[in-house]
Design a protein around this ligand. Structure first.
Ligand code: KG4
Ligand code: ZN
Length: 328
């Protein structure tokens, strides 16, 4: 069994996953301390990970009804993410692994989001196109095997999750803004306002900066009282623009495939409208459970199954990385 840790941003996560991809436990402790700042405060995130990580690991082991004796591989997110936050997970994983002389697998966070699709009971087998949309990244990946992917399109500016979070902030909603904006949008009219979808960007790349600016101008034009009165319509139209941009590029990528199949991943893949629109496409589509789309350690354990493990004590010098450095 694999014990996996994920601490790349503000969620402290641990999970137990079998080598066959069965989920034994999946614990996520959201810090909930960043909303008053409208975003994640890196130093706070690291401190909270330090306070929570041992309890979260113990919880993951006990929910799986196993002990460290049953674990034969420790997996951890090495990057990309906030370095201080990542280091808490990396140091904890090294300590746990070294205490039993277990091997350690260093996993890329984005590969983890792809690998959420490989978990039992309904693993989606490559090849497929994967739409990855999170708070830090938005890209289209061509997945040929379990171990990596090729990026075929990416955002030129903001990530889709960032667009959700910034839009939510403009509408006076808390952080993280995606779920809050989406809940508000459910009561609104998505045709009320026409927001840009980055349609002018050619090929498979995305652009969300113009959308955020368009919402800012609209909010200024409407003024505070009218913005509040029409908040649900604004949210619905804004969400519709983000999701339409994502789906349009995914469709373009699928059109170039001999065997078009689509998977989604990343926090934005928990979005109700995106899931609906993806499932309505005329190709086989795989949509992981929402809790496997937002940050979690189960996806890291899943990805670890195809990462060459490092033997004790080679991993003791392992470092975290903030930005993606390998084209996995
Ligand atoms: O993958 P993730 O949990 O963390 C990163 O790796 O960034 O993604 C977090 C992002 C946030 O921007 C959050 O607002 C967005 O995913 N998100 C959503 C929803 N749930 C999370 N966006 C839209 N609708 C949702 N239901
Ligand atoms: Zn993520």
């Amino acid at each position: 069994m694999i014990l996996a840790l994920e601490t790349s941003c503000d969620d402290t996560c641990a999970a137990v996953v079998t080598h066959a991809g069965e989920l034994r436990s999946n614990v996520v402790s959201s810090q909930g301390v960043h909303d008053r700042f409208g975003g994640v405060v890196p130093e706070w995130a690291s401190r909270h990970h330090l306070e929570l990580v041992n309890a979260v690991v113990d919880d993951a082991l006990s929910r799986a009804r196993v002990s460290l004796d049953d674990i034969d591989l420790v997996a951890v997110t090495q990057g990309p993410g906030l370095v201080g936050a990542l280091l808490v997970g990396v140091a904890t994983a090294k300590g746990l692994a070294a205490s039993r002389r277990l091997p350690l697998a260093a996993v890329d966070h984005l590969q983890g989001h792809v690998a959420a699709n490989f978990l039992a009971p309904d693993p989606f087998e490559p090849p497929f196109v994967c739409l990855l949309a999170s708070g830090g990244h938005t890209l289209l990946a061509r997945v040929r095997d379990h171990a990596g992917y090729e990026t075929v399109g990416r955002t030129l500016d903001d990530a889709a999750g960032e667009a959700f979070d910034k839009g939510a902030r403009l509408l006076g909603l808390g952080y993280p803004g995606g779920p809050a904006l989406s809940a508000l949008a459910a009561r609104g009219d998505r045709a009320a306002f026409a927001f840009p979808t980055g349609a002018r960007v050619a090929g498979l790349d995305f652009s969300f900066a113009g959308l955020k600016t368009a919402l800012l101008y609209k909010v200024r034009e409407l003024g505070p009282r009218e913005t509040e009165r029409r908040a649900a319509d604004l949210a619905a139209s804004y969400e519709h623009a983000i999701v339409s941009a994502l789906i349009a590029r995914a469709e373009r990528a699928l059109a170039a495939e001999a065997e078009p199949r689509l998977a989604i991943g990343g926090g934005v893949a928990a979005n109700r409208l995106l899931r609906e629109r993806a499932l309505a496409l005329d190709v086989p589509v795989h949509v992981p459970a929402p809790e496997l789309c937002t940050d979690n350690a189960a996806m890291i354990g899943s990805a670890a199954r195809w990462v060459p493990p490092r033997a004790f004590p080679d991993y003791l010098a392992l470092d975290a990385y903030a930005t993606r450095r390998r084209a996995a």
